[in-house]
Design a protein around this ligand. Structure first.
Ligand code: HEM
Length: 172
C-alpha cells in the first residue's frame, strides 16, 4: 500500500489517483463559483425592478428559471466537496473549516428548496400578470435577502477553503 506524507497521523482511507482528485477539485471549484454567479444574477434581477419598475415584468419572469440551476450547483458542490473530504486528509468532520462548509452547504440547499423556490414562482406569476397588463393577485416575498445571505455565506466558505485553518473538531 502506498503511504502518503500528511500533517496528521493515520493512513488516507480512500486514496484516489491524482488526476481523479484534480477533476473532483475542478468540479468543486467550478460549481461553487457558478453558485456565487447565480446568486449575483438573482440579486440583480431583484434589485433592478426596485430602481426601475418598468423592468419588473421582464426580471420577475426570469427569476423562476434560476431555481433548478441553483439546486444543481448546490448539490454538485455538496457531492464534490463530500468526495474531496473522503479522499483527502481533510476528512468530513475532522477540521472545522470542512465541517462548517458541510453545514452551510446543506442549510443553503434546504433554504433554496423550501423558501426561495416558492418565492421565485410567485415572482414569475407576478411578472406574467404585469406583462399581460393585469393587476397581480399574488404576493411576492422579499427576495433581496436570499442573494445577500447566500453570497455572504459562500464567500466566507471560499475564504475558509483557501485559508484552511488548522483547528480540528476533535483529536483522533
Ligand atoms: C459551501 C460551499 C462551498 C464552497 C464555496 C467551497 C469552496 C471551496 C474552494 C474554493 C476550494 C479550493 C480551495 C483551494 O484549493 O485552495 C475548496 C476545497 C475543498 N472543499 Fe469546498 N466548498 C464548499 C463546500 C464544501 C463541502 C460541503 C465540503 C465537504 C463536506 C467541502 C470540502 C472541501 C475540501 C475537502 C477541499 C480541499 C480539497 C483539496 O485540497 O484537495 N467543500 N472548497
Amino acid at each position: 500500500m502506498t503511504t502518503v506524507t500528511r500533517p496528521v497521523r493515520g493512513p488516507i482511507r480512500l486514496p484516489v489517483p491524482k488526476p481523479a482528485r484534480t477533476a473532483l477539485l475542478t468540479v468543486h471549484i467550478v460549481s461553487t463559483a457558478a453558485w456565487i454567479g447565480l446568486d449575483v444574477a438573482l440579486g440583480l434581477l431583484v434589485v433592478v425592478p426596485m430602481a426601475a419598475p418598468e423592468w419588473t415584468a421582464a426580471c420577475y419572469q426570469v427569476l423562476p428559471l434560476l431555481f433548478w440551476p441553483l439546486v444543481v450547483v448546490g448539490v454538485l458542490s455538496l457531492l464534490s466537496g463530500t468526495a474531496l473530504g473522503l479522499v483527502t486528509r481533510w476528512g468530513l468532520v475532522r477540521y472545522w473549516w470542512v465541517a462548517i462548509k458541510l453545514v452551510v452547504n446543506l442549510v443553503l440547499i434546504v433554504l433554496v428548496a423550501v423558501l426561495l423556490g416558492p418565492g421565485l414562482d410567485a415572482a414569475g406569476e407576478y411578472g406574467r400578470a404585469v406583462a399581460a397588463g393585469e393587476t397581480p393577485t399574488v404576493e411576492v416575498p422579499r427576495l433581496y435577502m436570499p442573494p445577500i445571505v447566500s453570497t455572504t455565506a459562500l464567500v466566507v466558505a471560499t475564504a475558509l477553503s483557501v485559508a484552511k485553518p488548522k483547528g480540528r473538531v476533535r483529536r483522533s
